[in-house]
Ligand binder design. Sequence first.
Ligand code: FA5
Ligand code: MG
Length: 425
Amino acid sequence: RCIASQTSGKPSPAAALLGDSVTVDRMTYPTDSLTNITPNILAKVGRNLHKLHNHPLFLIRKRIENFFYHHYVNRRGNPIFSVYDSLSPVVTLEQNFDSLLVPEHHVSRAPSESYYINSDYMLRAHTSAHQRDLIRSGLDAFLVFGDVYRRDEIDSTHYPVFHQVEGVRLFTQHELFQKVRDPSHLSIFEEHGKRMADKQEGHSMEAAKLLEHSLKTTLVNLAKHLFGKGIEARWVDAYFPFTHPSWELEIQYKGDWLEVLGCGIVEQKLLHSSGSGNQVGWAFGLGLERLAMKLFTIPDIRLFWSTDSGFLSQFDVEDPNTPVTYKPVSIFPQCTNDISFWLPSDSSYSYTPNDFYDLVRNIGGDLVEQVYLFDKFVHPKKQRTSHCYRIVYRHMERTLTQEEVNVIHRQIETSATKLLGVEIR
Ligand code: FA5
Ligand code: MG
């Protein structure tokens, strides 16, 4: 609601391209001023890479499932985590934001951050969008695998569609204090407690510390299960509206730290609204591509979308634990073209760089390896802003000619002028 009122009321550039309605995952939705989903993104919905048997995302997913199946069993030896992999990526704004206590004016709700179908529906920006509903259905431990969509920057570790696994585990007082010798004097709740850096107001310090320990050992053990005991990892404090305290886990990747997951202690208010206020719990959300890139030495996140048999056949193994090291078939040269333009002076266009990134990807598809803003300035007399972007083109399977690139580049210029209201310099 609050976002719709911020926009101009006339159809967005994307809605103008799509028409009055759009069909996503077999359902048809009317478009409106918030619609910003593009045909390029729509084509990714339903690909379900995490369910393709010869795909690296499927292998990493199986390895994660096996870790939870083997290490988390009940007294009868049955796995306690239920697994969901077929929940539709189309969710309501309420599921993606409100159910997770995301404040009404939080940056993550801006149209420049997510893909909106219309003012009521969007493509989930994270698998956390399903937390509340699954907890409400009575589950205490579950994993959700799925594709998620974000209007993000584009480089070798960021892509507008990627895959996450969500994990949630809830505990009763009895379960959490199971290993404590004399738990009779302990409670998971504290009535007049204060919110602090390391716990929520309603939680006792004992509960907060046991939950933190349980969460962090689970995730570090998962990292060791995937990468071996010697994996270098570190915890960084983080913030999420739906957990407190919150952390991110980073691992060493190509000589640098790479964030692979966010996690934390579930906000008690969320559990309360899901009918599980008598339990406490933890949750995490993990990016599958980044783990797979490290595990299989896949150099570029775009490769996950390859349908090339030279790529897929390398991951066609019976046992998901089979070691696989990706071997690039060959490396083709890059082509770099720049584009500069004046931003629209007409204030009814609310231009953001993500609008341009989408447009570039929509026209150039996976031929676009990188797009970035490398210069901007304001003309002192004209009071107009100019942006200069560098677009790096590279075909994954063959050499591109400069003429081919020029054709695409000119299409980008024409579309940017028409759809974004910019003026090429
Ligand atoms: C989240 O999405 C939270 N929902 C995670 C969470 C769940 C926190 C439950 C607390 C409790 P974040 O935006 O940091 O957090 O994304 C989680 C992971 O997704 C990142 O660590 C990264 O591995 C991956 N990721 C994020 N953006 C991209 C992208 N554009 N391309 C590839 N992977 C990405
Ligand atoms: Mg993060």
